[in-house]
Design a protein around this ligand. Structure first.
Ligand SMILES: Nc1ncnc2c1ncn2[C@@H]1O[C@H](COP(=O)(O)OP(=O)(O)OP(=O)(O)O)[C@@H](O)[C@H]1O
Length: 318
């Protein structure tokens, strides 16, 4: 569904350039429900805005379904935004027209496309648990209910892909959980691919896969064990297991992302523990790659693909 390779986004202001995405690789399979996490400023929203057709990439590859996001004309971009992708913002006000009812809000994108399908709009509102509030104006709904209307709106033109930027960011945790359950149901029942950007680590339990972005690059990913069993090999990225102590628990397997040319990001905690700055020594014993500080006598080391060496990484069988 989504394939990004070497994706670069540079923001230029008068005298400053910010490289928000630095050659990011990411693949999302059709029908997947996954989350992107990362510190503030790591490039999550930039990526989501590019995938949503709200911003143009500077270089690299970004393909969503049949669309190449770097090569689309303005007309194709409008078509893409209307038909292929539904977007949910944290700021609910961006999704909704407050003086219209919930039903009218869901019908609005359909009308812009040509014709409202009232039966389908009602079906969507029922799917998000708002069948009893269809005639309510937005101002009469709670924040969580408004966010649910936003989900129905995002689905109104039957897009195969839904992107959600911090969808649980402005609601309490119980409502957040409810919203994630709705996403899961829509994903399962309608086959919609869902990508959620979040700070909220508890989202991990509700999705198939979590990808961490660090400094504009994908660094680590966690795959739910049952989802992983049927996962096909990613065409573009190899992964080696390494624990960074994220605390996502036994439900997830943790991988460091290695791109096609062999680059990976070593977690800062490991670098600090190894006392590595700038240069390291690599050893390959036929099965495993061991990364250590240049002075091999100061032993702490990170080992990729094998047994524990320093109490922080762990074996594949764990
Ligand atoms: N329009 C812009 N002009 C200039 N710089 C920008 C612009 N948008 C984002 N940036 C910069 O790009 C980098 C990535 O920003 P982005 O908003 O994608 O991060 P984020 O991971 O979504 O952060 P947050 O979690 O705080 O929303 C940051 O350094 C940010 O300052």
């Amino acid at each position: 569904m989504i394939h990004c390779e070497g994706l670069v986004k540079i923001f230029k202001t008068d005298d400053i350039e910010v490289v928000a995405l630095q050659g990011l690789n990411m693949t999302v399979e059709p029908g997947e429900m996954m989350a992107i996490i990362g510190n503030s400023g790591s490039g999550k929203s930039t990526l989501l805005n590019i995938l949503g057709g709200l911003d143009r990439p500077s270089a690299g590859q970004a393909v969503v379904g049949q669309w190449n996001l770097l090569k689309m004309s303005m007309e194709q971009l409008i078509e893409y935004k209307r038909k292929t992708v539904g977007f949910i913002w944290q700021n609910i006000g961006r999704n909704l027209v407050p003086y219209l009812t919930a039903l009218q809000n869901v019908e609005l994108p359909m009308l812009i496309q040509g014709k409202a399908d009232r039966a389908y709009a009602k079906q969507l509102l029922a799917a998000v648990g708002l069948e009893h509030r269809m005639g309510s104006r937005l101002t009469q709904l709670s924040g969580g209910e408004q966010q649910r209307v936003a989900i129905a709106i995002a689905l109104s033109n039957r897009p195969p892909l839904v992107l959600a930027d911090e969808p649980t960011g402005s609601v309490d945790s119980a409502t957040g959980e409810q919203i994630l359950d709705i996403f899961r149901r829509l994903n399962r029942d309608m086959g919609v691919t869902i990508v959620i950007v979040t700070h909220d680590l508890s989202v991990a339990d509700k999705v198939d896969r979590v990808v961490a972005i660090r400094d504009g690059l994908t660094s680590t990913e966690w795959v739910k064990r049952e989802a992983n069993a049927s996962d096909s090999d990613s065409a573009d990225e190899a992964s080696a297991e390494v624990s960074t102590g994220s605390g996502f628990g036994a439900q997830h397997e943790e991988f460091v992302v290695i791109d096609r040319v062999g680059r990976l990001q070593i977690p800062k905690a490991y670098l600090d523990a190894m006392n590595v700055d700038g240069k390291a020594v690599l050893e390959f014993d036929g099965k495993k790659v061991i990364i250590g500080p240049p002075d091999r006598t100061s032993d702490p080391s990170v080992q990729i693909g094998g047994e524990r060496t320093n109490g922080t990484s762990r074996s594949q069988s764990e």
